[in-house]
Write a new protein. Structure first.
Length: 95
């Protein structure tokens, strides 16, 4: 199989998993990028995040508009994500 075919298959598998479960496509994409790709592991991880993040954002927006969860249900998750994001930037700045 050509590199283009492998990349297409990896992307399709990640999109399928992400579409079915609303997330988790990275758990399929990262091993495929490591096995088939020529990227270093760190670059493969960054590529995986860059590919999966937009799909997860779309899934979250669809969920919010379809289900319309109560604010008290969503607020703890938003707080946890915000805190984790800030801590990750602090950690990256100190490396």
């Amino acid at each position: 199989m050509t590199d283009k075919g492998k990349n297409g298959l990896a992307g399709a598998a990640a999109g399928l998993v992400n579409g079915l479960f609303g997330g988790g496509g990275g758990s399929v994409l990262l091993p495929l990028l490591n096995r088939w790709g020529t990227l270093a592991p760190r670059a493969a991880f960054a590529t995986c995040l860059a590919a999966i993040y937009p799909m997860c954002c779309v899934s979250a927006v669809v969920y919010l508009f379809q289900v319309r969860p109560a604010l008290e249900t969503v607020l703890p998750y938003l707080a946890a994500v915000s805190y984790t994001h800030l801590r990750a930037h602090e950690t990256a700045a100190n490396l």
